[in-house]
Design a protein. Structure first.
Ligand code: HEM
Length: 400
């Protein structure tokens, strides 16, 4: 058994010069076995689950809880009495009840119907970029506006307010932000969504939030819970995809052979396999899936006790050589569809069909329309989000 003095701090640090790879200390733990103890900011020592098969088994196990308010939950930061942001941090049956209310717009059929509109958003933003000065920051000119415009349209949130919600969600996903700052940001976002729901209760439109007002009217849903769902979808809907667009582009620019394959192909199958591989390889959610064991669970001869915290970093799961041969190589032709970049089990990403479609449109358009696209800064000068629970780059200067 590991002595407490040897337990490493979590999260672990990435190696300098390897911005796309998981921390070496986590890779070393994976080689030793599927389970290890780590120490969090509050001195607690949950398990970190390093291998793909064990991560999937535990994420699908009904004996683990995602309820952040339970004592012993391995929270990434002090909670200070703050309520969880909607159903992502709740257990069934309440999780399932709330999730069901918003599944319809994220079905593959409904998402596919949005593809032409997303293609237009992408084309228009590229037109603007090409007409403007160079170099340009790809994050502000392209990577953030694409998913923000899409999620605003879907939810019925005015895009004109994007500075407000982007600033507040930036605070929320910054793990160095003080608890008071984070609570204030949640409060502002909740208030904003609450006001918007109030307007839509009076004047409903053809959007997801207006759909929720119908449920408020029937008493199925409180306005407070509807605002929480709105905050969750607004944040999850733009932050993650934006980071996949910018970081994915940088990873391709750093792997010119892979970029050329994608750029020179007209095969939609290659585009979707590139999307899956980049999701696997970059795995931008960096806090790990956090859970609490509700019963004793035996894994690999080791008993996880009821009340033990569990962290499943999907970035290391996606680099498990038993699941993905030669895992540290970016190979857009491999079949990576079984990755865990969208999590696994009942909390598996609700927005994945939308994220996939947006990334397919972006990756099949941007490099064809700007074939000479290249970074306008050295890799060492690019600011990576080492302090974020969603990984990516703060800015990416590009030219062509
Ligand atoms: C590339 C983009 C994305 C990535 C990598 C991603 C990743 C994830 C992951 C790992 C989870 C699981 C959380 C857990 O198990 O604790 C999750 C859940 C979730 N995601 Fe995404 N996501 C992306 C895009 C989106 C989009 C576009 C939306 C939609 C608006 C969205 C909405 C959600 C929601 C609502 C949940 C909670 C599901 C539940 O608890 O039942 N995500 N996402």
């Amino acid at each position: 058994m590991t002595s407490t003095a040897e337990i490493p701090d979590y999260p672990m640090t990435r190696a300098k010069g390897c911005p796309f790879d998981p921390p070496p200390a986590l890779q070393a733990k994976q080689e030793e076995g599927p389970l290890a103890k780590v120490r969090l900011w509050d001195g607690s020592t949950p398990w970190v689950v390093t291998r793909y098969a064990e991560q999937r088994a535990l994420l699908a196990d009904p004996r683990v809880s995602a309820d952040i308010t339970r004592p012993g939950y391995p929270s990434p930061a002090p909670l200070n009495g703050a309520a969880p942001i909607s159903f992502i941090l709740m257990d069934d049956p309440e999780h399932a009840r709330l999730r069901r209310m918003v599944t319809a717009p994220f079905t593959i059929k409904r998402v596919e119907a949005m593809r032409p509109a997303v293609q237009k958003i992408v084309d228009d933003l590229i037109d603007e970029m090409l007409a403007g000065p160079k170099p340009v920051d790809l994050v502000t000119a392209f990577a953030l506006p694409v998913p923000s415009l899409v999620i605003c349209e879907l939810l019925g949130v005015p895009y004109a307010d994007h500075d407000f919600f982007q600033e507040n969600s930036k605070v929320l996903i910054n793990r160095d932000a003080a608890p008071e700052q984070r609570m204030a940001a949640v409060g502002r976002l909740n208030g904003y969504l609450n006001d918007l729901l109030g307007e839509k209760l009076a004047n409903p439109g053809d959007d997801l939030l207006s759909g929720l007002t119908e449920r408020i009217k029937t008493g199925e849903l409180s306005q407070h819970d509807a605002a929480g769902i709105g905050v969750l979808l607004l944040i999850a809907g733009h932050e993650t995809t934006a980071n996949m667009i910018a970081l994915g582009t940088l990873a391709l620019l750093e792997n010119p052979g892979q970029l050329a394959l994608l750029r020179d192909s007209a095969d939609p199958k290659l585009v979707s396999s590139a999307v899956e591989e980049l999701l696997r390889y970059l795995n931008i959610t960096h806090n790990g899936r956090r859970r609490l064991a509700l019963a004793d669970i035996e894994i690999d001869g080791q008993v996880i006790r009821a009340g033990d915290g569990l962290i499943m970093p999907n970035d290391i799961g996606n680099r498990d050589p038993d699941a993905f041969p030669d895992p540290d190589r970016l190979d857009i032709q491999r079949d990576a569809r079984h990755h865990v970049a969208f999590g696994f089990g009942v909390h598996q990403c609700l927005g994945q069909p939308l994220a996939r479609m947006e990334l397919q449109v972006v990756y099949s358009t941007l490099y064809k329309r700007i074939p000479t696209l290249r970074p306008a800064a050295d890799l060492e000068e690019i600011p990576f989000k080492h302090d974020g629970s969603v990984y990516g780059v703060y800015s990416l200067p590009v030219t062509w």
